[in-house]
Design a protein around this ligand. Sequence first.
Ligand code: GDP
Length: 362
Amino acid sequence: MKSLLIGVGQAGGKVATALAEFDERFGFGAVLDVVAVNTATADLRPLDCHTVLVGSHRVSGNGVGADNELGAEVMRADAGEVLDALDGRLTSRAEAVFVVAGLGGGTGSGGAPVLARELSRVYDVPVYGLGVLPGSDEGALYRVNAGRSLKTFAREADALLLVDNDAWRTSGESVADGFESVNDAVARRVGLLLAAGEATDGVGESVVDASEVVNTLREGGLAAVGYASAPASEDAADNETVVPSVTREALLTGGSLPEVRAADAALLVVAGRPERIPRRGAERARRWLSDELDCMRVRGGDFPLDSDRLAALVLLGGVERSERVDAFLERARAATSEAVDAGDAREDPVSSFEVDELDGLL
Ligand code: GDP
């Protein structure tokens, strides 16, 4: 799926460029271009892509801290500059735009939903969000910001693919090393997802294409992606149990959003050498997913990849029912309701949740 990536904020810029590097390293050609947007000059400097500084009239290139309302405000004022930067970059070849951001901070948390709205207004291609949830060791403010941002972002984007910073960090890892591991894991999973449909080698009737990704995300709302791989035998018949087993692992332990056990739609992509992919095993894995997720719409397809391993990539669409997401929303609601009690809220955020709005972001 040919995509343009727009990274907003520090995490957004790093994750978007990691994805582009993965795509380039494997020569998939699914990432058309990357644009990074930030309020902080220092965060843009190390990035190897086109950059846009927003909000300099307000914060002089020094960032907005973790104030996502200010992040939303400056994006509202300067979205035109981002759209100008897309001229010649967002061409008719693009099948999707991904707005990538960490949801716990300020620039990405507030700016990404605003930008998604502007892009949807101007362009016909689907606008997807790729949002990073803060890990459990980050402060309460980050979790509150994330709760407010994710609900707005999910509403403004055609679908919001969530990645949990707790998902793939190994114990004992520093926060910075943890980010690197998460960025690598996201780059591989989302990179393969975008690459699925770009495949030209060994094309067969069961090869997945970009429309299946689009259709799985068509339900809107929240989405998640899982991945696992295992060594494969040369003979497909010997891999009958490998595909169901990596599919289970992709869903149960390899997911970008832990605890997701239900979805409105799913896509199972089996990646590997075509002659090693067992048809019956892939069919069985699809049926298992359908039962496990209580989901009638499980699409499937192969992704021919020159590797000694077989991998399962599982895309889930419509996963609002995750307990992890509910916890973020609940915390955001509780924190803002405490602020109302203390008399320092800017407006009544609790009632804004009740009407399905989030205070001040949009
Ligand atoms: P912003 O620049 O104001 O948008 O804020 P940041 O992007 O620095 O931080 C927002 C959230 O992203 C926080 O919850 C951080 O934990 C997380 N974060 C920051 N950098 C990275 C990164 O490189 N990778 C990942 N996965 N998360 C990050």
